[in-house]
Design a binder for this molecule. Structure first.
Ligand code: C2E
Ligand code: MG
Ligand code: MG
Ligand code: MG
Length: 274
């Protein structure tokens, strides 16, 4: 009896897996096509000084303009780009476009980098080549990395980080508190800021555990003299609480959604201080 149901489960599983593989292959093909048509575009989300209510910079978040199709977000297409070797081209194209689109803003721009990219010994040269060609000052660029990047190949990642730093590029540790958070990373690597993962921030109003964690991370960062950014701020009261806890900067739907260049310019970020 058990054996029989086991077999029927097996049969039910295969077509699903097959469909999944076909869908990935389909998406991969579509992505290469989209890349050639420049259908991946940067959106920008404001990072604000919580007390002043002023914009201190923008985070670039990749969007796939897929007219007619269902919306596919970066959580889905970034891993595919990583797997099929498109991530470098995607990231460098977005960077180039961002340099051009935001040239007049005179603002700091943060870009997300995939863990695998840090393994590439030429990575920092590739980034610098774009900045030089577009005449974008390296200190205005921040590279956001997650801690998972640091465990893939720690030595290699450390070298890449050092050479980015030597060029004047800034570094942020993204999604802090998830993954393999290690105090050693904070001590050994020259981060310019730390970003608290949005899962804790969105939960802190109703979950005292999350609130305590956020408090602890802010205290840790402040003790180390590391500027801290809370992501995922969805309400004024969360922003106020964060200021009370000593958090200097924040980001979230309360202050602004990720928007295209034109929309950012139209909205010209009128941000209220917390
Ligand atoms: P992330 O770097 O941690 O980016 C923050 C994510 O939180 C973004 O999702 C943003 O839209 C979302 N977010 C911002 N404020 C709020 C809020 O108040 N509430 C909620 N619920 N969400 C908020 P998005 O754009 O879907 O990106 C997801 C992840 O995909 C990013 O997480 C980043 O890891 C990755 N990603 C996005 N663009 C790129 C890229 O160009 N390259 C790489 N390698 N990864 C990217
Ligand atoms: Mg990020
Ligand atoms: Mg994050
Ligand atoms: Mg994330």
């Amino acid at each position: 009896k058990a054996k029989q149901s086991g077999r029927s489960q097996h049969c039910a599983f295969e077509p699903t897996l097959d469909a999944e593989i076909r869908r990935r292959a389909e998406l991969e093909r579509e992505m290469r096509d989209a890349m050639a048509r420049d259908a991946f575009v940067p959106h920008y989300q404001a990072i604000v000084d919580l007390k002043q209510g002023s914009v201190v910079g923008y985070e670039l978040l990749a969007r796939w303009q897929r007219p007619g199709g269902e919306e596919i977000g970066p959580e889905l297409f970034i891993p595919i780009a990583e797997e099929c070797g498109l991530i470098d081209e995607l990231m460098l194209r977005l960077l180039r476009r961002a340099c051009r689109e935001t040239r007049d803003w005179n603002a700091a721009i943060a870009i997300n980098v995939s863990p695998t990219q840090l393994k590439d010994p030429w990575f920092s040269q590739k980034v610098l080549a774009v900045l030089t060609r577009e005449r974008f000052p390296p200190p205005r660029l921040t590279i956001e990395i997650t801690e998972n990047a640091l465990i893939v190949d720690a030595d290699r990642a450390r070298q890449t980080i050092a050479s980015l730093r030597n060029q004047g590029i800034q570094l942020a540790l993204d999604d802090f508190g998830t993954g393999y958070s290690s105090l050693q990373h904070l001590q050994m690597l020259p981060f310019d800021r730390l970003k608290i993962d949005r899962s804790f921030v969105t939960a802190m109003e109703r979950d005292p555990e999350a609130l305590r964690l956020v408090h602890a991370i802010i205290t840790l960062a402040n003790t180390l003299g590391l500027p801290v950014v809370a992501e995922g701020i969805e309400s004024a009261s969360t922003a106020r609480t964060l200021v009370g806890l000593g958090c200097a900067m924040g980001q979230g739907f309360h202050f602004g959604y990720p928007m295209s260049r034109d929309d950012v310019e139209a909205h010209a970020a009128r941000v209220q201080p917390a």
